[in-house]
Write a protein that binds this ligand. Sequence first.
Ligand code: PSV
Ligand code: MN
Ligand code: MN
Length: 388
Amino acid sequence: MSILTSDIQAALAGQSIELPSWAFGNSGTRFKVFATEGTPRTPQEKIADAAEVNRVTALAPSVALHIPWDKVDDYAALRRYAEDLGVSLGTINSNTFQDDDYKFGALTHADDRIRRKAIDHHIECIDIMGATGSRDLKIWLAEGSNYPGQADMRARQDRLHESLTEIYAALGDDQRLVLEYKFFEPSFYHTDVPDWGTSYVQVAALGDKALVCLDTGHHAPGTNIEFIVMQLLRLGKLGSFDFNSRFYADDDLIVGAADPFQLFRIIFEVIRGGGLNNPDVAFMLDQCHNIEKKIPGQIRSVLNVQEMTARALLVDGAALAAAQAANDVLAANAVFMDAFSTDVRPALAEWRESRGLPADPMAAFAASGYQEKIEAERVGGTQAGWGA
Ligand code: PSV
Ligand code: MN
Ligand code: MN
């Protein structure tokens, strides 16, 4: 009998992880962007690559877009294109970090003209969401200051509230806004939305359709991220995850690569808080594949999330509760670690096959010939990428 009980299998079958369109484009550091052969040149090609990830895993049925990187003339046609490939268009990400006007802020800017422009960009994103069928508008702001005394931090919070209020008012009944926080970068002294508390305060002031987005890479080293997950779920304000791994800063590496145990602990709290397969809590990746091939990078990522979900589902809840109630520190820890230490890979491979999926999605993609095909076909043109 499989270690994956029928309840665990049902939970795993319900899992979906949204892929970021920008993961398929070229990306890099400020030192160099290395081009990868076969990189998409259009939003359509990014979506086609994302559909491959879903084809071999059945884990990634939607793709997030970034505006204006994924700007097209006809979003309804783009939606049909995606649906024909078996995926839907997901979260729309705004971009107020690549325009000279935003050097000193966008939604927090003191100049009304610039603030108006930034608000209008978000309203345009909401219009796009209508055509793509997207529910969520994700806002990450690159705003802050570099030197003490440079900016009136308090006035900027007030202007942020005013700007978000206007954007929130433009949302449809079934649409949501998620506000992402990040502790530093590109600003190095203060950031206007640096932490979950600030994001929470801002979205709580807006209403039920505004929630927090937690990017796992956006915390100081040593932060207990699963505590934040627990607290936001407790408050009913965890709207979405941007999953990735970090060693040092906002590394955007493959989720679960740097610290699989942290991913396990986070998913355990998601399950504990009722957030698994709960449509209110979106699982997304926010990653860049600077030196590895992008499609296998995304396949590995969703498999890592699936693997840690399976392990977290193996935690014996009754035994854990009993050990906690008895203040049996070591027994409680052992229950937790037993699940984390279980190798679920053979059982997952078997379960995938039983559902008509490849036992080894990485190998299935490698054998499919898709990578060779796009490398031969996609020559010339401008390769899309982070910042393109
Ligand atoms: C920048 O830090 C960032 O990685 C944020 O996490 C956003 O989610 C992403 O870029 C796309 O805008
Ligand atoms: Mn992010
Ligand atoms: Mn980031």
